[in-house]
Write a protein that binds this ligand. Structure first.
Ligand code: NOJ
Ligand code: NOJ
Length: 526
């Protein structure tokens, strides 16, 4: 027990470094609804972000049971703990729970909870988080078209009905990112819960409370361990990508699996499950080597799917980098963090493609702080160049920009700026040079290959400032395309800019909140 306490105490500092603080919401949800209808005519980006942050949280929680207005009393039985992807029940029908969307957006809620566990918001959140953990434990054990709990294959099922029963229609399955994302979210929750209840271990109640989350017995009984077993045994098997279209081996999937195994190693150790810790760590070592294979030297950027006929440029690269970034407590070097040359150069290539591809990206934005000259600036980003899903069906015109991808680009840039501020050093490698040159293209300063810059160099400050500025340009794009109420659907039209696809997409709000969290963190660090 001594040892367990020691190592778990380490996790007390698990509060996500990018956690953000939302001002206390008076009376929780209902009160804020009335306050955002009135949109000021002229509003700075800062003011808008502050307002939109509350709206996004409100609208995200509206899609979560218990409490959410889009999941209560509409005739359908919605299980507690359900996160619907969108309230849209037809064209398209997103009124389901996707394991991926639910895990990603719930992780945002865990960060909010960890930020101030004693707040009024957090007491509502803790009900939601408990319900999420309970429901995921249940659906993990529900036999479905991917398989069962006994053979673990059932864990790869991507989507469930809102009452927690399986979806039996044909679908792109399995999707192997789900168990990894769920493990990441529940580990984050376990740590946050532990941090906010410091006397649990002395009271002797720890086992009762944590057993359902993590416990050493095999075959795995606890929800986190079952997911870690799944990830550690099947990371090298093919499956469908995060966009549910291509069967193969994918960057996003591998990146989040690696994070799950790294964090899982630490949790297994904290629970005295040394054999498992050793096994997860060993698999993580192999998986790390595998993740490096997504760097395509010939193309000069990361690719989302190996051996694919596509370019490989994909918003999944940004998401993979962001969602595999280590939590503060775990000591390992991430492979392709947001600030890595590989991630940034891939972002540059994706931005250049999407700028040319979508007419809307050629129009200057009224409020945009940039002059339109720079070859690297904020644009609306879609999923990938070859996309043909237009939010309702397939379109010859191709896809559209997505809110969640556009916000993720902002987050990558904010996190890169924070990293530079923290390390006080930037070396311009041959690989990173094109990115930093494009970033500074409208300035009189030019980065030099091989140079190392620090806070005493003017160019260092310009780079940090520009990263923030371009990050803001991406959020400016989001600001331009939300509707009068601050709602975000899945996409916005590549020609008209109007919203398209599933309305009030939970993930659109989650990705926006994450970007805003990273922006706040930067403002504090800078
Ligand atoms: C729905 C899927 O969720 C989406 O990713 C896909 O692009 C479209 N169907 C079209 O196949
Ligand atoms: C389609 C997206 O491609 C997929 O990533 C997502 O999980 C579902 N829609 C639900 O939002």
């Amino acid at each position: 027990m001594e040892l367990r306490i020691g190592s778990l105490l380490l996790t007390l500092f698990a509060i996500n470094i990018f956690a953000y603080s939302i001002p206390p919401l008076s009376g929780f949800l209902p009160a804020i609804r009335t306050s955002f209808i009135q949109k000021p005519l002229r509003e700075t980006l800062d003011d808008w972000i502050e307002r939109e942050e509350r709206i996004a949280l409100d609208k995200l929680l509206a899609n979560v049971k218990p409490g959410g207005r889009n999941v209560e009393g509409n005739g359908k039985h919605v299980a507690d703990g359900t996160v619907i992807a969108s309230p849209s029940t037809e064209s398209p029908n997103y009124y389901y729970q996707w394991v991926r969307d639910a895990a990603i957006t719930t992780n945002t809620l865990v960060d909010l909870y960890a930020d101030d566990p004693s707040s009024k918001l957090s007491s509502s959140l803790s009900t939601v988080l408990d319900a999420y953990a309970t429901l995921q434990t249940k659906i993990q054990r529900t036999s479905n078209p991917s398989g069962s709990f006994d053979d673990l294959q059932g864990l790869g099922e991507p989507k469930f009905q809102v009452d927690g029963t399986p979806f039996t229609g044909s679908w792109g399955r399995p999707q192997r990112d789900g168990p990894a994302l769920r493990a990441i979210t529940l580990i984050n929750y376990l740590r946050a819960y532990n941090a906010s209840h410091p006397s649990i271990w002395e009271s002797g109640e720890a086992d009762d409370i944590f057993d359902t989350l993590y416990e050493a017995s095999m075959p795995a009984r606890s929800v986190i361990k079952a997911d870690l077993e799944y990830v550690s045994h099947f990371w090298n098997a093919s499956g469908f990508d995060l966009w549910e279209e291509v069967d193969g081996l994918h960057f996003f999937t591998a990146a989040v699996q690696l994070k799950a195994l790294r964090e899982g190693t630490q949790i297994a150790r904290a629970f005295g499950d040394d054999g498992a810790a050793h096994w997860y760590n060993e698999q993580a070592t192999y998986l790390e080597r595998f993740v490096r294979r997504f760097w395509n030297k010939k193309k000069g950027h990361l690719v989302e799917t190996l051996w694919s006929h596509r370019t490989g440029l994909d918003c999944g690269l940004l998401l993979g980098s962001l969602h595999s970034y280590p939590s503060e407590t775990v000591d390992y070097d991430p492979v392709f963090p947001p600030y890595s040359d590989e991630t940034l150069i891939s972002l540059l290539a994706l931005v250049q493609d999407q700028r040319e591809r979508f007419p809307i990206n050629l129009q200057p934005y009224d409020d945009a702080p940039f002059e339109g000259e720079s070859i690297f600036g904020g644009v609306g980003l879609g999923r990938y160049p070859e996309d043909v899903y237009d939010g309702y069906g397939t379109s010859e015109r191709g896809g559209n920009p997505w809110f969640l991808c556009t916000s993720s680009a902002a987050e990558v840039l904010y996190r890169t700026a924070s990293r530079l501020t923290e390390t006080s050093s930037l070396t311009i490698t041959p690989l990173g040079l094109p990115f930093y040159s494009a970033l500074l293209s409208s300035s009189s300063l030019a980065p030099e290959e091989g140079a190392t810059y620090g806070p005493s160099d003017a160019i260092f400050h310009s780079i940090v400032e520009k990263l923030k500025l371009v990050g803001d340009e991406f959020l400016e794009v989001v600001k331009t395309h939300v509707d009068g109420e601050g709602s975000m659907s899945e996409q916005f039209d590549q020609v008209t800019g109007y919203m398209r696809g599933a309305t009030d997409l939970t993930w659109s709000y989650g990705a926006f909140l994450q970007a805003v969290g990273a922006r706040k963190y930067l403002d504090e660090a800078w």
